[in-house]
Ligand binder design. Structure first.
Ligand code: TMP
Length: 232
């Protein structure tokens, strides 16, 4: 199969149908813009399953995503889209780079959530954008940006509710959007332990990629715990 794109943790393949791609969730994991790297058996499997479940949930609630089904345990059939090079981060609770870069105390709640948009570019280190930069770089039109913001807030409400009922807090997460051949903007990429911060409500323990970023224990034990809850 022809490769469309090899990312840090996923590979995208063309299929015989120009409207469909296959995404393989690999066991590779990186952090700090690829500076820390490892291969963790089963990581791809857990992220694929969690993503599939959360995309299905969004579809059930009327949010269009690229998800079409699973080919096998780690390969997802998706609608072919062009990824808009923006990383939309919704923040409900201060954590991660926000508390490193700004004088917020970890755990501070944001109601309504904060939306932060980064430039998806490894070469430039994913810098934060603002509306003027997005316009000047022609990354999205004003209308597309408004759609992306509105969809992210709706996704946040749906995910937060689903996770809270299962004993998980959602401090923050990252979304990517894609544009199909019809020009429609839909949720793409993945929604998984790699792209969400997830804290156990009872203990505050991380069950996400922070376990790898900050060496907080066994990654698969954490991802398995998150998956058990999210898939229930
Ligand atoms: P941050 O606090 O490190 O900026 O991360 C915010 C959220 O975005 C967190 O849930 C993890 C996710 N994220 C990604 O999905 N990809 C990335 O490259 C980074 C830096 C964060």
């Amino acid at each position: 199969m022809d490769i469309v794109h090899i990312g840090k943790a996923k590979t995208v393949y063309r299929t015989e149908d120009a409207e469909e791609y296959i995404i393989e969730f690999r066991d590779d994991i990186t952090a700090f813009n690829g500076k820390r790297k490892r291969t963790v058996p089963q990581k791809g499997y857990f992220n694929a399953r969690i993503s599939a479940r959360l995309f299905q949930l969004l579809e059930q609630r009327g949010i269009a995503t690229h998800y079409k089904g699973m080919v096998d345990d780690t390969r997802m059939l998706v609608k072919a889209v062009d990824i808009i090079p923006l990383e939309i981060i919704a923040r409900n609770i201060a954590a991660g780079s926000l508390v490193r870069r700004y004088p917020f105390k970890e755990g501070k709640k944001f109601i309504p959530p904060l939306l932060v948009i980064d430039f998806k570019s490894d070469a430039y280190g994913d810098p934060m954008l603002n509306d003027d930069l997005i316009r000047a770089l022609r990354l999205a039109t004003e209308k597309e940006l408004a759609t992306i913001r509105e969809l992210t807030l709706r996704v946040n409400t749906i995910l937060k509710d689903h996770l809270n009922r299962r004993g998980l807090l959602l401090p923050d997460f990252k979304l990517e959007f894609g544009k199909g051949s019809d020009g429609k903007i839909i949720v793409a990429d993945e929604i998984s332990c790699d792209t969400c911060r997830l804290w156990l409500k009872d203990s505050g323990e991380s069950v996400d990629k922070d376990v790898f970023r900050y060496e907080r224990g066994d990654l698969i034990t954490a991802y398995e715990e998150a998956a058990k809850r999210i898939l229930s």
